[in-house]
Design a protein around this ligand. Structure first.
Ligand SMILES: C[S@@+](CC[C@H](N)C(=O)[O-])C[C@H]1O[C@@H](n2cnc3c(N)ncnc32)[C@H](O)[C@@H]1O
Length: 270
């Protein structure tokens, strides 16, 4: 079907919503992100948002329904094709999808200023520390003085994952987030993945100050446990309840499947 295969994620774009966005764990984790993100975007005036690694556009379209105009980008042409196909008249006006990799952002949006830069679900885990340092500089230039940088990345110490693999006696897998991993997108397509601790990210984004960090998926497990989750509705309910209670504590930010981080620009002395 696709003739434009350039990024690893091009290979899974077509099934991404079915396998992740519309799955039970994916939906529950995204709802949790939106729960926190709502706080960031409740402003009087419409916010201008630069979304990076937007995938199939689920968050971009949601943000346009919440008082935002969104410039949503992704390196995968196939992800962007799917995202564009979801645009309806009301979202089309405030949602601008385009193909753009992280290292093209600064040039592509040169001279523009945004109120929010948003990255959801592990796009930033696809790059190493050096790339993150470069993005620190780019994001600083692209944000307004009062702008926010909000990111959701895979953390290093996901307790449900460790527990799951330990139960299966797979101790190597239980510790897999401690080194660079090759995530299997398909049988033949691998994506190098760097896992980050929130303290490391705070250091790498040295031009920013941390405002808020929370776990995403402290009790709601990673999406590869979807089948299991679907078979156990009572446990799913309990996990969701725990997520919205204990899972609100910043102290557990690094123990979920993902970490939600929100930062503001450091004010430089004039
Ligand atoms: C796991 S998906 C998340 C998609 C979307 N944010 C969501 O919430 O469903 C990660 C996305 O990061 C994108 N990505 C990976 N490396 C990238 C890069 N260097 N520049 C831009 N996007 C990138 C991929 O194409 C993919 O769409």
């Amino acid at each position: 079907m696709w003739d434009n295969i350039g990024s690893p994620f091009d290979y899974i774009a077509e099934k991404y919503d079915e396998d992740f966005s519309n799955s039970l764990a994916g939906t529950l984790q995204r709802n949790r992100v939106w729960h926190f993100l709502k706080e960031e975007i409740k402003a009087q005036k419409p916010l201008h948002v630069l979304e990076i690694n937007c995938g199939t556009g689920v968050d971009a379209i949601w943000m346009t329904e919440h008082n935002c105009e969104v410039w949503a980008t992704d390196v995968s042409a196939n992800m962007i094709t799917i995202a564009k196909s979801k645009l309806r008249d009301n979202s089309a006006v405030n949602c601008h999808f385009s193909i753009c990799s992280f290292n093209q952002l600064e040039k592509r949006f040169e001279g523009r200023k945004f109120d929010l830069i948003f990255s959801n679900f592990a796009g930033l885990n696809c790059v190493d520390e050096n790339e993150i340092r470069k993005l620190n500089t780019a994001f600083f230039k692209l944000l307004n003085e009062n702008g926010r940088l909000t990111m959701v990345l895979l953390g290093k110490n996901c307790l449900t994952e460790r527990f799951y693999f330990a139960l299966k006696n797979e101790f190597k897998n239980a510790n897999r987030r401690y080194s660079v991993a090759l995530a299997k997108l398909t049988k033949d397509v691998l994506q190098p993945t760097w896992y980050y601790h929130s303290l490391k990210l705070t250091k790498l984004f040295s031009s920013f100050v941390l405002i808020r960090k929370r776990p995403i998926g402290l009790f709601i497990p990673p999406s590869y446990l979807n089948l299991w989750l679907n078979k156990h509705p009572v446990i799913t309910k309990l996990a969701t309840w725990l997520e919205y209670t204990i899972g609100s504590l910043p102290i557990f930010a690094d123990n979920g499947d993902h970490i939600y981080l929100s930062m503001s620009k450091k004010i430089t002395a004039k």
